[in-house]
Design a protein around this ligand. Structure first.
Ligand SMILES: [Zn+2]
Ligand SMILES: [Zn+2]
Length: 272
């Protein structure tokens, strides 16, 4: 069994055939999904989807760094987390069997300084850091792991984390850092998520052999980052085995070992 620890099933790319996409992934052995929100609308959608698929699709609620210009507080995330928690006691004070939790993480949150043609993220850096810190604090308060996004910003990313008294458990999703960033991630006991770009990125080919299997998670980031040989078309969680196969090749172990270890890691981090 595989777990896709990061896919965006509520994005418009799946508007027509979301149920089929989920069904095809299950046929390919991908039995559980973590579905992170990125903005207020998608956070509500991921919670609704998780409620419809208890024990199969789990929500993570967070604000992507691109939202940092508009969003200054995390009250929506907090109220979603509070309302998703099943009560552990009934009104008479007796313990009740907890229902299936729908929100298993905070995120995606983090820093993204990537510069598109003519647009740079410079003016937003302080806002991004502020929004990231608020979400790390929320994750700690609710004892949830953080799903963290970091692009072209590793120095500030670890700067933020190193300056906090405590950091939550978490994963650096779509890991693109170098060896020093990997060591910093290890220092914080973070997991790192590897995506379909491992099938064509020379950088990841160099990095992946250095990542201990005990810190690896599989993710598609679907609909983005489609792996070889499907590049150019929409990505789907059913391609998770292609990512596992490539990681196995790079680490000189079997795909089965990658499957078992990454599933165990995901279960441990998200409690699913
Ligand atoms: Zn991301
Ligand atoms: Zn994402």
């Amino acid at each position: 069994m595989y777990i896709d620890t990061h896919c965006h099933l509520t994005f418009p790319q799946y508007k027509e055939d979301q149920a089929m996409v989920i069904g095809n992934a299950k046929k390919a052995g991908v039995k559980k999904f973590i579905n992170p929100g990125v903005d207020p609308i998608s956070c509500r959608l991921v919670v609704d989807l998780a409620k419809k698929h208890p024990g199969v699709i789990f929500a993570s609620v967070g604000f992507h760094p691109y939202e940092a210009q508009e969003i200054k507080d995390v009250s929506l995330l907090e109220s979603l987390v509070k309302s998703s928690r099943p009560p552990s006691r009934d009104p008479n004070g007796f313990r009740v069997k907890p229902g299936m939790t729908t929100i298993v993480a905070i995120g995606e949150c983090g820093l993204d300084y990537h510069q598109y043609k003519g647009h740079d993220a410079l003016g937003r850096k302080e806002n991004q850091k502020q929004l990231f810190k608020l979400q790390l604090k929320l994750a700690l308060e609710h004892n949830l792991p953080a799903i963290m996004h970091c692009r072209d910003a590793y120095e500030d990313f670890f700067g933020v984390l190193d300056n906090l008294p405590n950091t939550p458990r978490g994963v650096i999703h779509c890991f693109s850092g170098g060896l020093q960033d990997l060591r910093d991630a290890q220092k914080h006991k973070f997991f790192v998520g590897i995506d379909g770009n491992v099938t064509y990125s020379k950088h990841l080919e160099m990095i992946v052999p250095h990542i201990p299997i005990s810190m690896l998670l599989l993710e598609t980031d679907a609909p983005f980052l489609t792996p070889v040989p499907h590049r150019g078309s929409r990505n789907e969680p059913k391609y998770i085995p292609l990512i596992a196969k490539k990681i196995a090749e790079l680490k000189k172990i079997t795909p089965r070992e990658v499957e078992e270890a990454t599933t165990k890691n995901a279960q441990e981090l998200f409690g699913i």
